[in-house]
Write a protein that binds this ligand. Structure first.
Ligand SMILES: [Cu+2]
Length: 204
């Protein structure tokens, strides 16, 4: 049961990574300040470490049916850094502390953190191009990963943002999906799905 749900989750996550370049409604734009007009709903999230060093800040703005996201992070392990809005409309999402490390291996992996931050709702990453120790992008989104409208998320301050990608095998790159080298799909040693930073979304 755990094995199959784990495999399914990892498969869908990796499919999302591989296909994100084609499917994400993401557009990098030139940074510019908002003009202050209009009735924008503004939110922000401070990104703090889950399993690795680093920090960051995300600003979110709902406008004309779109969600504009400005994400900055630094101090990450070099490698691939996918990012999502996680959560459930029914529950306030949180960021997992070390008590969520139920297998006691020293990291809170993707599955262990799920009770805190909930499932993926919106993929922010555009896939394999989000690499390095720093991230800085401004992208807009028009729908959830499941195709539903962004409005169906309800209040954004119920959600959390997770940036993934942690170097576990100490090769200075967060790219290995099987850091233990045992050939088994397992979130406990998947560097790409491993949460690096997390921040709860709050009204700005
Ligand atoms: Cu995620």
């Amino acid at each position: 049961m755990r094995r199959s749900s784990t495999s399914l989750l990892l498969a869908s996550l990796l499919t999302a990574v591989a296909g994100a370049g084609a499917t994400a409604q993401a557009h990098d734009r030139t940074e510019h300040d908002d003009d202050g007009h209009g009735r924008a709903d503004r939110f922000e999230a401070e990104l703090e470490p889950v399993n690795a060093d680093g920090d960051g800040r995300v600003r979110l703005r709902k406008r004309d049916g779109k969600l504009v996201v400005k994400l900055k992070a630094k101090g990450l392990d070099d490698g691939i850094h996918i990012a999502h809005i996680h959560g459930m409309a029914q529950a306030q999402s949180e960021c997992p502390g070390s008590s969520f490390d139920t297998d006691g291996n020293g990291v809170v992996d993707l599955l262990e953190g799920l009770p805190a931050y909930g499932p993926v709702q919106v993929t922010l990453s555009d896939g394999l191009s989000d690499v390095g120790t720093r991230l800085k992008y401004r992208r807009s989104y028009t729908q959830r990963d499941n195709g539903d409208s962004l409005e169906s998320l309800g209040d954004l301050s119920q959600y959390a943002i997770v940036v993934h990608g942690v170097d576990l095998d100490h090769d200075h790159m967060a790219t290995n999906t099987d850091a233990a080298g045992d050939g088994q799909p397992n979130p406990a040693d998947n560097e790409i799905s491993m949460p690096a930073l997390c921040g709860v979304i709050e009204v700005d």
